[in-house]
Design a protein around this ligand. Sequence first.
Ligand SMILES: [Zn+2]
Ligand SMILES: [Zn+2]
Length: 158
Amino acid sequence: MSAGPELEQREKPAPERLMLDRLRQVGLKLTPQRLAIVRALATDVSHPTAQELFDRLAPALPTMSFATVYNTLGALVAAGLCAPKCFGPGPVRFDPNTAPHHHAICDRCGSVSDVAWPREPEPLPDTSRADVLGFDVRAVERIYRGVCAACRSGEDAA
Ligand SMILES: [Zn+2]
Ligand SMILES: [Zn+2]
């Protein structure tokens, strides 16, 4: 069995179009605000919080409310087009990358980056084993913690 085609597909998602289609399907009007939210999220690899998206878009869209950002994100989550992620204390982050992947989190600046799965994803744990507590395991996601490249290069300069 080849993993090739699946990986190819993952490189070329069309999240923006899919997200807009889905919002329309669930009856949300594609207002300039919603378009801007989807556009901002679809290509955002920083796993932004709702507040971060709001702060980024608000200057250009002064009539947009935080509730609009939150509700739009909620509709996308419900449709499976972005995933809420919680990596620690603090607000939920939104991840437009719905393909299975790991994350790397910087201890210093808190940045969250996607880490691609290896070509062969590790096999799911055997549910009969005690160490998964009888869980029916859907996915195994790793979190790499350390210091990101940007913070490390600042270190070197100092
Ligand atoms: Zn960092
Ligand atoms: Zn991610």
